[in-house]
Structures are given as C-alpha cells and as structure tokens.
Write a protein that binds this ligand. Sequence first.
Ligand SMILES: Nc1ncnc2c1ncn2[C@@H]1O[C@H](COP(=O)(O)OP(=O)(O)OP(=O)(O)O)[C@@H](O)[C@H]1O
Length: 493
Amino acid sequence: MGSNQAFTRPVTVRVLDMSASEAARSAAVTAKLKVRCSDPVLYSDPASCLDDLAKNNTDVLVLDLETIGGDEALEAFAVRCPSSVIIAVSAKGSVSRAVSAMRAGAHDFLTKPFSLDMLASKISFQLDQRKPMPIAIQAAGVTPEQLLQDQSDTAIRLPRSPAASGLEKLIGRSSAMTVVYDQIKRMAPSQAPVFITGESGTGKELCANALHSLSERKSERLVTINCAAIPRDLIESEIFGHVRGAFTGATDSRAGAAEQADGGTLFLDEIGEMDLLLQSKLLRFLQTGTFQRLGDTATRKVDARIICATNRNPLSEVAAGRFREDLYYRLHVLPIQLPPLRERRDDILTLAQTFLDRFAAEERRGFRGFDADAEARLTAYNWPGNVRQLENTIRQIVVMNDGLAVTFDMLPMLIRDPSGRSGTIVDLSRERARAAAPARAFSTIEPLWAQEKRIIEDALDAFDGNIAMAAAALEISPSTIYRKRQSWQERSG
Ligand SMILES: Nc1ncnc2c1ncn2[C@@H]1O[C@H](COP(=O)(O)OP(=O)(O)OP(=O)(O)O)[C@@H](O)[C@H]1O
C-alpha cells in the first residue's frame, strides 16, 4: 500500500536552505510525490524554521546541514518534529557524515547535487513506513479509534489492511521498548551496520528481522548465521562458502551466507563467539565487500547489509583481546541496546497475555487470563532468561493445566519460589557431599569437564533441551553451553 492511501489531508513539506534557489529546487519535490501536498514552506534561517516546527504540523523536513551549522545541530530540529520524515542534505557528503546525521535524527541523507527523483523516492519510502502501531499493540488494548486520535497530528490513519511492518512481532509498550522501535524505524533504511546488544532472550533476532523488513532490502533475503551454534572450523565456510575439496567432506562447491545475502541482509548472531582469525576475514569483507570462498582463488563481491548481535559486553571483549578493536568500530555504527525484561516490567503482563492467547489457541485450552496472585508473581519475578523464558513458561503452564485463569499454583516452582533455586536442576547437596568426601584414589575423581557436562545435561533435561532456560537457571550464557557442547564433541571425536 502506497503512502497516497495513508494520508487523509495534504502533506506539509518544509525546506530549510540558506540558498533560496536550492530551497526552491528541493521544494519542487512536492510535484513528484504521490501524496497530495500543500504548498511547501521555505526557510533560509534556522530560527524561523525551528519556531514553525514547534508550533505547526510537519510531515516532511528537508534540511541543509551547512545552513544549520553541522549535523550536531540537527537534533534540535528532530526533537521538535519527532514524527516527521527528516532528510538531511549536504554539499559535503561522506559515509561518516551520513551516519552522524542519522544518529542525530535524520531518516536519510543526500549529497548535493541530487536529483529530485532521488529525493522524492527517499521521502516516499519514509512516508510509506509511517504505518500505524504494530498489531501487537492493538492486541494490547489500543483501539483503532484511539490510534486515530493519537496520530491525528500527523494525519496518519490505519491502512485498510495493515501491512506487516516488521515491528508487529515485537510486543511491549514500555518507554524502553518505544525507544527501541523508534531506533529500528530510523536505522532500517540506512546501509550502515547495526550492532544489537542485549541479554539472551531479549529479542535481538526479532529486532534484526524488523530492521530487514523495514528496509529497502526487504524483498531480498535476510540470512542469519549463529556464530555460537556452528562449530568453529565450519563457520568460515558457512559465511563465505567453499569450493569442492576445500576440506574433508566438501564434496560440492557451496555459496556461503554472504553470497546468499547479496542485495539483502546478513545477520551475524552471537558475533562475540567468532574467533580472531575469522574476525580478520570479516573485517576485510566489511572494508572491501569482497571475499573468497574457502579453497578458492577467485575474489567475489557482494552487497549485503550487516546486522550483528551479541549478549556479551563488546567493549569488555575488546579489552580482553577477544574481539578486534578495528572490527568493533567497523560494526558498531548504529547501536541498539535491548533492555532486559526486568527493566521493563510494564511489558511482562502484556507479553504473558499474548503468549497465553497464542498457546491456549494452539493447545485448545480455555485460558483467558491470569488471577491477581499469578499476575503479581509474574511481574515480580526477575526473568533471567528474559522474554524467551516467559514465553516458554507460559507454554509449559498451558500444556500442563486447564481452566479459565492461570493461578499462582500453576506457575512453575522456579517462578513461585522467590529464592528461585528449590527443586531446580543442580543438586547442590550432592555437589557439596562430593566436595566433602574423604580423599580417594586419583582415578575415582570425576574430571571437572565431566562434572560440568553432567550438570549442564541435567539442566537441559529439566527444560526439555531448551538452552536459554537451562543457561538462565545455571546463571551462565547460552553460548557457554554451545561452546561446552562443542568441546565435548571434540573430546569424543
Ligand atoms: N518484544 C518481544 N515481543 C514478542 N516476543 C518476543 C519479544 N522479545 C523476544 N521475544 C520472543 O522471545 C524469544 C527469544 O527472542 P530472540 O531469539 O529474538 O532473542 P535473542 O535476544 O536473539 O536471544 P539469544 O541471544 O539467546 O539468541 C523468541 O521466541 C521471540 O519471539
């Protein structure tokens, strides 16, 4: 659905440029837009433009960076018209200029001289993104009428059939998540890398999906590589592909994720797990856009937008020498930090209700909601495994019980017991007894790795193989489990 159907009244375009002829030229873009526009408003001085932005409705703002004194000054304009499309233009274009303008609040950037068609296409793309709130938010109790009221100042109305915006899978209206939605919308159209950080289960993959779905690359592929889940010696071939005979078992040539993502997006999940040698190959790829398949001499070039994610603190990883500093700065251009669920408790019941509705329908149970005690406990619990843990908990409750309301007694012991450890996976008394045992023959002592393996496998059994839940209960990261598993395989193989 095009933007022409999304607006009920003429679109207001404002152009700020100290050169009157340049301003008039940019303003002529209104003739090229598919939406109905009122007469564009032109400014040559920042003060009068700022004044108007604060008092009047603005749908599109085209700003010349030299006129406002640089990209840092842009923020003052962006905060006055938070729901407008802002296109920054400048005679001094560079990638870093574009990135810093977008960080300061612009949605896109153009280097002068630009064609009116290009400006029109950027504005139209952004107007098309001005879609209503995610469906999930509607499910959380906001009526279409309220939405219409809330958005009346931007004259946006619900499209007749709400198109998937990529954000609809992200649930939660807390202020912390609203900031994230806004960042996603602003960053999606850019070509610069996005670096997502956040604890396990906070929705980093959903966020990457939303960035791709809202970008111009959405008709091409989003290819995901989980660097923690793939054995180290296979990651390079998974990312860059290989030719026949490159290693034992390489019976055919194969394109890697980078090639498959040509024209689209390459999502490198758990990038903190990538080893240093491969990091340097990735850096070369980012610098040149070129790479070689494993075992190949031919150089290939692709155009893939990079999104990466980690649940580690990337700067600590750099300080510890586990992550290349130059790669970090190359990737950490547009950062998104996903808040843990315990820091946005307002979202817990909305998420829980959504999962309850979904699983009750799937499992054919009659659940409609939660009683007050269950709600209080769900809200107070710390959710170390974040949204994934909440989702799995609700599924477990739905499968194991039936009724109209979820009661306190139906909550798993781990959630009901504030100490969080009773009846859990690791039998501490057994571990202590083992430690206190009298001296024994060397060969009777179970090696540490075997003890770890047993404890981790116990935890995985307790959560039906769910790595995130097991990791949360063991208070380690899921990637530690992946790594340990890999080292056990290496021992046995
Ligand atoms: N805001 C949210 N709304 C709805 N579902 C969510 C949200 N955040 C996460 N989830 C759900 O929680 C689960 C975990 O999400 P996701 O895989 O995106 O997290 P992650 O941060 O990438 O985790 P990890 O670091 O372990 O890979 C998924 O099933 C996802 O659908």
